[in-house]
Structure formats: structure tokens, C-alpha cells
Design a protein around this ligand. Structure first.
Ligand code: AMP
Ligand code: MN
Ligand code: MN
Ligand code: MN
Length: 274
């Protein structure tokens, strides 16, 4: 069992890095990466917990990236969390995130949702505000019946609480990850809702800009999606990664991905030093 895409309380997960590692260990994970959104604050704790549990650990981060007015998530695997270029870049994204988080709150409050910002901030605790925190607030306050509805009605593209921001450019994201010694992985390529033609455009740009890999097995992917992804990885000469995108034990998706990479796809983790 491997998992190279997980979240902790440091961003929009609900477990501490130590609790995440313990759950992953219980489920038989032997290679783990913590990939919080735009943030490396959980790496030291996760690394120590993995060492104690006898799990191989790769420091990671999921970088919010803007490309052609779309948001892409690029996972950096095996990054040095002390790297200055990466740290400076992520600090900028965190500032963008803070301003956007406040604006989401103002817009929801203008739509009659009282206490949105304070409510989401309370759920976020020390973490930077993400839409996930707003979604959890909307659910807890009874404005929606489940998390999906929070995105559908309030937080998704074109909805009242959606605030478009300029994240890192593709070139910046790849430069930061590579400066930090990591591999750049296009996260959950089939989950953006792009048409196949757009996905091919994005993979072309990603490969040209120096991207290294793409996720082949993502938490929810079915065998057809794995086959499509493996085909695209072959076509664009990208290595493959696997990850659950785990956020919370209450959700259906748990840490650890059993499915092996299809033959012919080179595992990205084998390209990184042990
Ligand atoms: P942000 O980076 O603040 O825009 O928040 C994005 C996060 O919201 C993602 O990483 C997911 O965890 C979550 N998210 C976005 N869309 C959905 C959705 N439709 N259903 C569930 N979670 C979502
Ligand atoms: Mn998330
Ligand atoms: Mn993502
Ligand atoms: Mn993620």
C-alpha cells in the first residue's frame, strides 16, 4: 500500500500529521507523502511519525496553480521543505489564500449567511482558509445537506461564494518544486471536469514546461479511469503516481491505495532517492 497524496489539519484535512501517519500505518501503508495545500508546516511532524512507524516518507506539497484561467493542482513529491525558493513561493500563495478566504466570507455574508467567515475560521483553527473549511461550516450551520451541495450552491465556479484568484503560474510551480529537488505530478487529472481535448492541451503544456508525472490511481478512480490515465502517461512520457487524496476519516475515502500502477508506467517514487 502506497499513498502519495494526503492532507492533514495543516491545510484542509481533519487529522494531525501524527494521527494521519498512525491511520496509514494501521491500513498497511509502507510509503507515504503528506501533500497539504500550499503548505509544508506538517512535514517535520509527519516525517518523525513515519520514522517511528517504520514507514518510508516523502515530503510533499499540493501547489495551487493557475493555467489559462483554470486551477490545476500540482503535487511536489520529495521536496526539501527547507528550500528557500519553494518556501517563498508558498508564502505568496498563502497570502493570496488569506485574502481570498476573507473575501469568500464577505460574499457569503452578503448572501445572508451570517458568521460565515468566523465559522469557517473556527473550523480551520491554525490552518489557512480553504473552501473545504467553508463547506464544513455551511454543513454544520445547516445551510446545505452535504458537502457536495456546499460546492454546488455556494463555493463552486460561478456560485456566490466563488472568488477567482491568480495562484502560481505553471512555470513558477515547476520551478519551485524542481529547485527543492522534487518531482512535479499533475494531481487527479480526471477530476477537474475538463473535456478530453482540454486534458490533452493541459498535459501538453505540463510536459513542455518540464512536468514529471501524473496521478494514475487516485482515490476514487475506477479501472477504466486508471487505463485512460495510463494511456495518457504513455503518450506524454510522464511517470505515474498513486494517492488517495485523503482528507478525513469520516469520508469514504481512506489512506492507502492498493491498486498497483499498470505495467509500462514508471513509478515516480522510484526516481527519488530513498
Ligand atoms: P481551495 O484550494 O481553497 O479552492 O479548496 C479546494 C479543496 O476543496 C479541494 O482540495 C477539495 O478538498 C475541496 N473540494 C473542491 N471541490 C470539491 C467538491 N466538489 N467536493 C468535495 N470537495 C471539494
Ligand atoms: Mn483539499
Ligand atoms: Mn487537489
Ligand atoms: Mn489533495
Amino acid at each position: 500500500m502506497i499513498d502519495l497524496h494526503t492532507h492533514s489539519r495543516v491545510s484542509d484535512g481533519t487529522l494531525s500529521p501524527t494521527e494521519l501517519v498512525s491511520l496509514a500505518a494501521d491500513r498497511g501503508v509502507t510509503l507515504l507523502s503528506l501533500t497539504d495545500h500550499d503548505c509544508l508546516d506538517g512535514i517535520a511532524e509527519a516525517r518523525a511519525a513515519c520514522a517511528a512507524a517504520g514507514i518510508r516518507f516523502l515530503p510533499g506539497v499540493e501547489v495551487s496553480t493557475s493555467w489559462d484561467k483554470k486551477t490545476l493542482h500540482i503535487v511536489g513529491l520529495g521536496v526539501d521543505p527547507e528550500n528557500a525558493a519553494l518556501q517563498t513561493g508558498l508564502a505568496r500563495l498563502q497570502a493570496v489564500r488569506d485574502a481570498r478566504g476573507a473575501e469568500i466570507g464577505r460574499r457569503l455574508e452578503a448572501k445572508g449567511i451570517a458568521g460565515a467567515r468566523a465559522g469557517a475560521a473556527k473550523i480551520a483553527g491554525e490552518a489557512r482558509l480553504t473552501r473545504t473549511h467553508y463547506a464544513r461550516f455551511l454543513l454544520e450551520a445547516g445551510h446545505v445537506k452535504d458537502l457536495q451541495q456546499a460546492y454546488k450552491r455556494y463555493l463552486g465556479r460561478g456560485k456566490p461564494g466563488h472568488v477567482s484568484v491568480e495562484w502560481a503560474s505553471l512555470e513558477e510551480t515547476l520551478a519551485w518544486i524542481h529547485a527543492a529537488g522534487g518531482r512535479a505530478v499533475l494531481a487527479h487529472p480526471l477530476r477537474y471536469g475538463f473535456t478530453r481535448a482540454w486534458l490533452v492541451k493541459i498535459l501538453t503544456a505540463f510536459k513542455q514546461a518540464g512536468g514529471d508525472a501524473m496521478e494514475i490511481v487516485s482515490g476514487r478512480s475506477n479501472p477504466d479511469e486508471v487505463a485512460v490515465s495510463a494511456h495518457l502517461a504513455g503518450r506524454f512520457e510522464l511517470m505515474g503516481s498513486v494517492g488517495s487524496d485523503f482528507h478525513a476519516p469520516s469520508a469514504w475515502l481512506q489512506p492507502g491505495v492498493e491498486t498497483a500502477l499498470p505495467t509500462g508506467v514508471k513509478p515516480v517514487w522510484e526516481s527519488l532517492p530513498a
